[in-house]
Design a protein around this ligand. Structure first.
Ligand SMILES: [Zn+2]
Length: 337
């Protein structure tokens, strides 16, 4: 651990954008694979290469998404999902994270017979246990995969609302998101699913502007009602959009390592977070996927240590707390929508 990472570890961190599947510690995936005889290779070292993006695989969102293949082998069973959720939160708590919003798409965890409802509740069970054990604030964002289309997204939005935190008064679903291949899947396609999620009191975010231009971010804001944007890198090309995001306090969930790995930000290019900060657009510092990106919460917070300094980084996390969906459960179903 570098000196900067060690200092960043001491900062109380808020994690608003972390995928469960992409963050399972390699040793935990390995342990579960061995238990069921599912390991595709003979050593943990080889397994790590399959789970972590390798330098020669960098530069495209689609290669990045390929890394979610092996975690899916073990996350089709209720007990395993509880186990990996606990492991992911444990590792975040150890790294100085005080609040964590995990995200996950239930629809790709039903291949062995779980229902969508069970696929959601297994993560919630893990989160509830982790909350007790580590005293950390937790919540789940349900993701609809864009490639599954708008109809499946509506089904997921309904399932997410039925497990929402405000409805059950315990750790529950706090938000709704779309992810997966961005090109050719404009956010506006999913407006009905977002209507359901909004009326059901869920916080709204969307992966947008990672592999597409600012037009997709406009749609996420105007057509979906998002108050947070995942990555949002291309927003910096549109001054009017930056003004809008500042005015409406729309937060960008930044994940530096991931952004350079997927090519959302070209190697050697200045990260958009600086433009967001200069334009008073709220930002969060997130990991996206600790395993795929081979990073940690402290490392992402230390990424711009020299340029931003400890005070600004601490301030970013304090502000991110205000944008968390946890504890914001609102709306009476028969109230104004
Ligand atoms: Zn993401």
């Amino acid at each position: 651990m570098t000196a900067k990472t060690a200092q960043a570890k001491k900062i109380a961190k808020i994690e608003l954008h972390q995928h469960l599947d992409g963050s399972i510690p390699a040793a935990v995936t390995w342990r579960i694979m061995k238990r069921y005889g599912l390991n595709p290779v003979e050593s943990l070292g080889e397994m790590r290469k399959l789970l972590q993006l390798q330098p020669e695989e960098e530069g495209s969102l689609l290669s990045y998404l390929d890394k979610f293949h092996y975690p899916m082998w073990i996350t089709q069973f209720y007990e395993n999902i509880v186990e990996v959720t606990l492991a992911v939160v444990a590792s975040a708590a150890k790294d100085g994270v005080k609040l964590i919003e995990l995200r996950y798409s239930p629809m790709i965890h039903v291949y062995a017979g779980l229902t969508v409802r069970q696929a959601i509740r297994s993560v919630l069970a893990g989160l509830n246990q982790a909350k007790e054990k580590y005293g950390i604030e937790v919540g789940l964002i349900v993701i609809a995969m864009r490639q599954h289309g708008p109809h499946v997204a509506k089904i997921l939005a309904r399932a997410a609302v039925s497990e929402s935190q405000w409805l059950h008064d315990r750790t529950g679903v706090i938000g709704f998101d779309i992810a997966g291949a961005e090109r050719g899947n404009p956010p506006s396609l999913f407006s009905k699913a977002y209507d359901i999620a909004r009326k059901g009191g869920l916080g709204l975010t969307a992966h947008a502007g990672e592999d597409e231009g600012p037009g997709y971010i406009w749609q996420a804001i105007d057509d979906l009602g998002c108050t947070r944007i995942g990555h949002g890198c291309s927003a910096i090309a549109d001054k009017e959009l930056l003004r809008r995001m500042r005015r409406d306090r729309i937060l960008v969930e930044c994940a530096p390592t991931s952004n350079y790995q997927t090519g959302a930000v070209a190697k050697g290019e200045r990260h958009p977070i600086f433009i967001f900060l200069e334009n008073d657009v709220p930002v969060a510092l997130c990991t996206d996927n600790t395993t795929v990106s081979n990073t940690s919460h402290s490392r992402e917070s230390a990424f711009f240590w020299d340029e931003l300094g400890a005070t600004t980084i601490r301030g970013i996390h304090q502000q991110a707390r205000q944008h968390s969906f946890i504890g914001k459960g609102h709306p009476p179903l028969n109230g104004p929508s």
